[in-house]
Design a protein around this ligand. Structure first.
Ligand code: AMP
Ligand code: GLY
Length: 429
């Protein structure tokens, strides 16, 4: 389920699964032109749980893989499981890890998980008092899903106070005349390098999946506004084996155990955003899905059968299968976005040179495309393409990805030219 670059990568990899070897069919709802090379795309309103269950029954679906967070936070996995359909992805209660910042911070407090100090506030006055107590720099987060726009890292008090006022004026959800209805978390600013770490779990067994590093800002050198992610690479060597082990034992394992103990078992992929601080790794946030574009680079390296891994999660038998195996190559992806992104992107521009780009050995995932009347490929989203390549180092993967980017003719798209810069600088010593 889904229509972005993450789902293209999932479909591409699932299409190679032994689960389909006996004549099975891979469907995508709604999919995109890239996904349609690997799957049968169907129009299905996944907010209509009854219609989704009916489709799964009719097609005798053996596994549903939910790409984005919204259907999970909306309880689609519970509805499907209730109807006997195996699903990769957490139920509504466990998906609060992404759906509510306050839920996650409270869970960290109960389980002793390292994260920044925080205060939950439910009025503007309480919020302003909290940011004054913390002092700048301080981080302000709207409580619910905000499509990546609900977080302000405030380096000074006026910015912090403005962020609080915006939340309680209803920017991220309806509020009444007194500003009630909104919730925010005021959080200690954590200093360090940020990385992403992914683990698969069925609620009992947890297996590390892979690490990656995203580039959230729109401009080179990490400048400009935040986006959904302008590029990524995997593995992120800054997450050393020792740090990964620490993330597993101090953050992920107690999270999964606490959720299970409290009757909200987590099943699916747990996406940890972690800050590597001077006093050790600290949780920044959880997501209840694969990262986009982190998924694309991790799946480029995955050597195991993705379908078997995800089905084992869905069927609570992760302990019985081989853990995922990865190539030791580095994968790097460059996001090509529509002019104007992360604001209103220009849509409808022609994209040529896809075959030439892939002839370099790169893989170009479709993130936001459509096919025009004359069969031409057209830009149709903020993030449009993910140009993804492998190399023996980040520097090599970066050079390969940009060589493919340069074969594309898409005048309305732009990309960052420095994806992987931190690691490239380290490699050059
Ligand atoms: P989130 O949506 O929670 O990932 O926040 C978006 C971005 O804000 C993160 O990727 C970090 O770069 C930054 N951020 C979030 N929380 C903190 C924090 N406590 N300290 C410093 N930066 C943070
Ligand atoms: N690339 C960040 C995310 O998927 O949340």
């Amino acid at each position: 389920m889904g229509s972005g670059g993450r789902e293209h990568a999932l479909a591409w990899k699932l299409a190679q699964s032994s689960l389909l070897a006996g004549g099975g069919t891979l469907y995508a709802a709604p999919g995109n032109p890239g996904i349609s090379q690997h799957a049968t795309c169907v129009g299905l309103d996944v907010t209509d749980h009854g219609a989704t269950i009916a489709f799964c029954d009719e097609q005798r679906i053996g596994l549903v893989v939910v790409g984005p967070e919204a259907p999970l936070v909306d309880g689609l996995a519970d509805s499907l499981r209730g109807a006997g359909v195996p699903v990769f992805g957490p139920g509504q209660a466990a998906a609060q890890l992404e759906g509510s910042k306050g839920f996650t911070k409270d869970l960290c407090a109960r389980a002793g998980i390292p994260t920044g100090g925080y205060e939950r506030v439910s009025s503007e006055d309480a919020g302003l008092a909290a940011v004054r107590r913390f002092g700048a720099p301080v981080v302000i987060k709207a409580d619910g899903l905000a499509a990546g726009k609900g977080v302000t890292v405030a380096m000074d008090m006026p910015t912090a106070e403005a962020a609080i006022r915006e939340i309680f004026a209803g920017r991220f959800g309806p509020v009444d005349a007194n500003g009630a209805g909104a919730e925010a978390v005021v959080e200690e600013f954590l200093d360090g390098e940020e990385a992403s770490f992914f683990a698969l779990t069925d609620g009992a067994t947890i297996v590390p999946f892979a690490s990656a590093q995203d580039h959230k800002r729109v401009g080179d050198g990490d400048t400009g506004p935040n986006t959904g992610g302008m590029g990524a690479y995997s593995p992120a060597r800054v997450l050393t084996p020792a740090l990964q082990a620490e993330c597993m034992t101090r953050i992920i394992a107690p999270t999964v155990k606490t959720l299970s103990d409290e009757g909200m078992p987590y099943s699916g992929v747990l996406f940890l955003g972690v800050m590597l601080t001077a006093t050790g790794p600290k949780l920044i946030e959880y997501n209840c899905r694969f990262g986009d574009p982190e998924c694309q680079v991790m799946l480029m390296r995955l050597e195991s059968d993705l379908g078997e891994l995800l089905l084992a999660c869905a069927e609570n038998r992760l302990s019985a299968i081989q853990p995922p195996r990865f190539s030791d190559q580095t994968a790097l992806t460059v996001v090509m976005a529509g002019a104007g992104y992360p604001g209103e992107p220009k849509k409808g521009g022609r994209i040529d040179g896809m075959a030439a780009a892939e002839a370099t050995g790169a893989k170009v995932f479709h993130a936001g495309t459509r096919t025009g009347a004359d069969g031409a490929l057209l830009a149709h989203g903020g993030r449009v393409l993910n140009v993804t390549a492998l190399g023996r180092s980040v520097s090599e993967a970066q050079a390969a990805a940009y060589a493919a980017v340069d074969r594309l003719a898409a005048p309305d798209l732009f990309c960052r030219r420095d994806i992987g810069w931190r690691e490239v600088a380290r490699e050059r010593g």
